[in-house]
Write a protein that binds this ligand. Structure first.
Ligand SMILES: *[C@@H]1O[C@H](CO)[C@@H](O)[C@H](O)[C@H]1NC(C)=O
Ligand SMILES: *[C@@H]1O[C@H](CO)[C@@H](O)[C@H](O)[C@H]1NC(C)=O
Ligand SMILES: *[C@@H]1O[C@H](CO)[C@@H](O)[C@H](O)[C@H]1NC(C)=O
Ligand SMILES: *[C@@H]1O[C@H](CO)[C@@H](O)[C@H](O)[C@H]1NC(C)=O
Ligand SMILES: *[C@@H]1O[C@H](CO)[C@@H](O)[C@H](O)[C@H]1NC(C)=O
Ligand SMILES: *[C@@H]1O[C@H](CO)[C@@H](O)[C@H](O)[C@H]1NC(C)=O
Ligand SMILES: *[C@@H]1O[C@H](CO)[C@@H](O)[C@H](O)[C@H]1NC(C)=O
Ligand SMILES: *[C@@H]1O[C@H](CO)[C@@H](O)[C@H](O)[C@H]1NC(C)=O
Ligand SMILES: *[C@@H]1O[C@H](CO)[C@@H](O)[C@H](O)[C@H]1NC(C)=O
Ligand SMILES: *[C@@H]1O[C@H](CO)[C@@H](O)[C@H](O)[C@H]1NC(C)=O
Ligand SMILES: *[C@@H]1O[C@H](CO)[C@@H](O)[C@H](O)[C@H]1NC(C)=O
Length: 868
């Protein structure tokens, strides 16, 4: 078919061109076929009222053959998308298509948007659209819009990259795409190394396409940009009326996209042709002149290959690496070497003999081999696991499953590099790379241990400001730009991860990076040379390759050979966690997965009575008895929670140390449903960190978010009792978990009171409940004493609550003491008493007088008796 087409083109000088009129309201159009002078007198031919809706798929174009419409495949070196338009990329260059779109920019100063003021919109450079600039410190938005209508099922595809950085805990740099004002794509991933392609489906209809990039320029985010290389809309027409030429040719007939000629080939306008024998070319070369004279071969152009080790010897031979770009015809590969000794096994490997062939084999799972174990793998003992290690240090060839590539900032392949080059002892990026090129080294690593670590040794040669970055699953994980020999570390979690190393040269210069080794710990690769101890909360049996996690409520025993339940007053909230002590004032729940309230919260020298507000009974996760039983409060209680409590444009649900998993009609969890102490119902928009006002999408779409799944503290504060909840769901905005606190504020005048949201700070929500229950239980000396009157010689005393404490029970503290009859102390009696006193006194005085005179009289009597 292909050669036949070529033949007809070449043999006939008749060149036909088709012209199409606009489609009428009845969806018909005229097709005019014009012919060159060699085509005969019948041209131009007119085919009136042809059906506009005749469909042709990708890779074909609409033509008229023998008077009827048909879909013909595109010729080699051309392509079609089957009815649509392409801005940039393989389609119409941005230089001319930029005028077809509306490019705008605006800045936000003090919450006011200023359109096209102090900012620049999209510009194009090298057929890439680049967002503009603004002054430091403003929120900058670059918007791009255009409209189109879709007549058959179609798609819109955008190829872009953008800068997103972490700035003071925020992510800055959002890329979003809207169709008819509805957000369809939002990207704030920190993975600026990669070009991304997003494809959105389109039903027939009219569309307003809007794309925006929002960022903020600052000292730490010097030149943030978004780049758009291509916008491809398929379905704006039922068919393509012609095929577009591919800039670098390379593709076969009937293509829907452009391809490239391979290494040592060039595009001659019709076909991929091989370069002359003494010349080479890189992928995507166009024209014979792009074939360059082959350079002299070096040891980087070939690789060494060892034979199997047979009868304790092996042979070494050399082979060219594919593709061969050097002058191999004039170079003789080194001759092989024979009878060499066998390899020494890598760590964790033992020698296995099959017949007379010996091989190094990794120890099986759960076993390790140390230097002194005599070529025998042994079980790791219980409590330990065999940690596998594999070291990539032979760079004869790119090791299995590594891939490499080089792209320019516009996403096209580099012309002078095809990626990292294995150079026997190291991997190198090579020198003199074009500026704006990025050299990738990629590989999947499957981590089977509870965690994994990659350590790699690298060195910059002729350091001139380039950088080496690592990405894990597309997200930036580290950057290195130190000139001397260094070791870089990448940490990985359990599971399969895509790791990419990227070299960005600062400018075209002689800088080069070499990677000498890549050592992976904890993956499924390699063998173990030692046994590592299981972490607390996990355990293993003898011969284990990994440690198993203890289930919630349990933790590992002291030698990590099994799990035991946490003790009383201890809890383990998640799989693989230690047993933690419950904060004072709480006890652990039945299965030791959390801490819960008690009726009396005993702190060092005070006690709080929470029995009426926790709602806790024998059954966990249920509100048993308490103030929610009052008919008036039913509406404001939900499961074990007080709520909905409004505040901060949200609804809150807060429990008093009585967790449960909330179920709300028509609102779902944003994260995994969990049992928690407090929840917020908030707009999803707020959770996606997307700034307010950017989108009307999902306006009423709400989700439940946990504000704390453990009690992290119960403390006496000046105002009352403060309860802290932590480890809620993850709050991306501040890179931490949602936390909350409930202050039971001692206020006896509020009586029972009700909790309320008080304030919000950085994913932390504070609730205040002014209530008598925030006051401690009265101690004897804090109470006021009242007493009754003395009746029948007895008085009744009673202790009552002081102003800042409560009594948790209804009974009274009462006792009696004996007393004097109060009649004795009345006024008339007092007067009478005084009178009696006076009388008694005068009687005493009379008595003394009497005694005195009586004495005198007796003397007189005696004297007179003596005289007589
Ligand atoms: C725009 O820039 C001018 C000159 O630098 C400045 O005076 C003006 O305040 C800026 N406008 C805004 C909205 O920032
Ligand atoms: C090989 O070397 C000869 C002589 O040195 C030279 O003429 C020839 O062009 C070389 N061939 C290639 C492919 O470089
Ligand atoms: C090496 O030996 C294995 C058997 O152990 C055999 O399958 C393989 O083909 C041999 N390779 C070479 C290059 O001889
Ligand atoms: C090494 O090469 C010699 C000679 O070619 C051959 O006899 C021998 O079998 C080879 N040994 C291995 C292990 O392939
Ligand atoms: C084990 O062998 C390796 C290489 O043979 C050596 O570097 C290492 O020091 C040895 N370790 C022990 C503990 O003997
Ligand atoms: C390479 O990847 C394949 C497929 O994922 C896998 O089966 C193979 O074991 C991998 N090889 C190495 C050395 O990891
Ligand atoms: C990047 O290169 C330019 C010129 O090539 C040089 O002036 C600049 O210092 C380099 N940047 C760094 C960080 O070395
Ligand atoms: C090693 O561990 C495995 C699995 O636990 C067990 O089946 C095997 O008997 C153990 N071998 C020795 C030598 O202890
Ligand atoms: C712990 O107990 C609660 C309620 O009693 C139950 O819902 C939960 O599933 C239990 N958790 C575990 C890990 O057993
Ligand atoms: C409520 O929040 C405000 C700050 O918004 C704070 O000043 C005040 O102390 C809080 N009230 C209580 C009772 O903690
Ligand atoms: C607790 O609730 C019970 C029943 O509603 C009530 O009789 C008692 O007075 C309450 N205790 C306190 C300290 O409020």
């Amino acid at each position: 078919m292909w050669s036949f087409l070529l033949f007809t083109l070449v043999s006939s000088d008749c060149v036909k061109s088709n012209y199409f009129t606009e489609c009428s309201a009845s969806l018909t159009r005229d097709i005019i076929v014009a012919g060159s002078s060699d085509c005969g007198k019948e041209y131009p031919k007119i085919y009136p009222s042809q059906d506009c809706t005749f469909p042709c798929g990708p890779g074909t174009y609409l033509d008229i053959t023998e008077g009827a419409m048909s879909c013909l495949p595109c010729q080699s070196g051309t392509y079609s998308i089957g009815g649509g338009e392409i801005l940039g990329g393989d389609g119409e260059s941005w230089e001319s298509s930029l005028s077809k779109v509306i490019s705008e920019c605006y800045i936000n100063v003090d919450d006011i948007d200023y359109y096209n003021l102090n900012c620049t919109g999209w510009t194009q450079s090298d057929n890439i659209l680049i967002s503009g600039e603004t002054t430091k410190g403003y929120t900058y938005t670059a918007g791009l819009s255009f409209s189109f209508s879709i007549v058959k099922q179609g798609t819109v595809t955008v190829t872009y990259r953008k800068d997103t950085v972490h700035l003071n805990g925020y992510k800055v740099g959002f890329f979003s795409i809207f169709l008819n004002l509805e957000m369809k794509h939002f990207d704030d991933e920190i993975d600026d190394s990669t070009w991304k392609t997003i494809t959105l489906p389109l039903d027939p209809g009219n569309y307003e396409f809007y794309l925006e990039y929002r960022t903020m320029k600052s000292a730490k985010n010097i030149e943030p940009h978004a780049y758009v290389s291509e916008i491809r809309v398929i379905g704006t027409d039922w068919s393509s009326t012609h095929c577009h030429p591919c800039k670098r040719g390379g593709n076969l007939p009937g293509s829907s996209k452009c391809d490239l000629c391979d290494f040592n080939y060039y595009w001659d306008g019709f076909d991929c042709k091989t370069c002359p024998n003494d010349k080479y070319s890189l992928k995507g070369s166009v024209g014979e002149e792009s074939c360059q004279p082959r350079l002299e071969c070096t040891e980087n152009d070939y690789k060494h290959i060892y034979s199997n080790c047979t009868n304790s010897s092996r042979n070494l031979t050399y082979q060219w690496k594919e593709p061969i770009l050097c002058a191999y015809q004039n170079y003789t590969l080194p001759s092989g070497k024979y009878n060499l000794s066998c390899e020494t096994c890598k760590q964790g490997h033992f020698i296995e003999k099959t017949g007379d062939v010996t091989k190094c084999v990794a120890c099986p799972d759960g076993k390790y081999i140390s230097n002194d174990t005599n070529n025998k793998c042994e079980n790791c003992t219980a409590g330990y696991y065999a940690l596998k290690i594999y070291n990539y240090s032979d760079w004869t060839e790119l090791p299995e499953n590594f891939t490499t590539n080089c792209i320019m900032t516009d996403g096209t392949v580099c012309l002078d590099s095809s990626g990292w080059i294995p150079s026997t002892y190291y991997l190198t990026t090579g020198k003199n790379l074009q500026s704006h090129s990025e050299v990738f080294l990629n590989r999947y690593f499957d981590i089977e241990s509870n965690f994994g670590i990659i350590k790699f040794e690298y060195e910059f040669i002729n350091f001139q400001g380039g950088s080496l970055d690592a990405y894990v699953d597309g997200a930036w994980s580290g950057g290195w730009s130190q000139s001397d020999f260094q070791t870089g570390t990448i940490s990985l979690t359990q599971g399969l991860h895509y790791v990419q190393w990227t070299y960005w040269p600062n400018s075209t210069n002689s800088e080069e990076i070499r990677i000498y080794s890549i050592k992976i710990h904890g993956s499924i690769e390699g063998g173990a040379k030692l046994c590592a101890k299981c972490l607390d909360g996990s355990y293993s049996t003898s011969g284990s390759a990994i440690c198993s996690l203890c289930s919630p409520g349990n933790s590992s025993n002291t030698d990590n050979t099994g799990c035991i339940p946490c003790q009383n007053y201890y809890y383990s909230p998640i799989e693989g966690s230690k047993c933690y002590k419950c904060p004072s004032g709480t006890i652990s729940n039945n299965n030791r997965t959390n801490c819960i309230a008690t009726d009396y919260t005993y702190l060092s020298d005070e006690t709080f009575y929470l029995g009426n507000i926790t709602g806790r009974g024998v059954t966990e996760g249920v509100y048993t008895t308490g103030i929610c039983d009052m008919p008036s409060s039913k509406l404001y209680c939900h499961q074990t929670f007080y709520g909905p409590l409004p505040g901060d444009k949200k609804n809150f649900y807060v429990s008093v140390m009585n967790p449960s998993q909330i179920v709300l009609p028509s609102v779902s969890y944003y994260f995994k449903p969990t049992s928690a102490f407090a929840y917020a119902v908030m707009e999803k928009k707020e959770l996606t960190k997307f700034k307010e006002g950017s989108s009307d999408v999902c306006k009423n779409d709400k989700a439940v978010v946990s504000l704390g799944s453990i009690v992290s503290g119960v403390n006496r504060v000046r105002e009352g009792l403060k309860i802290d909840y932590s480890q809620g769901d993850y709050c991306d905005k501040y890179q931490r978990t949602y936390n909350s606190s409930l202050l039971l504020y001692c206020d006896k005048s509020a009586n029972i009171g009700w909790p309320a949201h008080n304030n919000t700070r950085h994913c932390f929500y504070e609730f205040v409940w002014k209530t008598k229950y925030g006051c401690p239980v009265c101690m004897f000396e804090d109470m006021n004493t009242i007493y009754s009157s003395c009746e029948n010689g007895k008085r009744t005393y009673k202790k009552i609550e002081g102003s800042y404490c409560i009594l948790p029970f209804d009974g009274d503290i009462e006792w009696t003491e004996p007393c004097w009859d109060p009649v004795l102390f009345s006024w008339p009696m007092l007067v009478a008493g005084i009178l009696i006193g006076i009388l008694l006194l005068s009687a005493l005085v009379s008595l003394l007088m009497y005694v005195k005179y009586h004495k005198g009289y007796r003397q007189l009597e005696d004297q007179s008796r003596n005289i007589s």
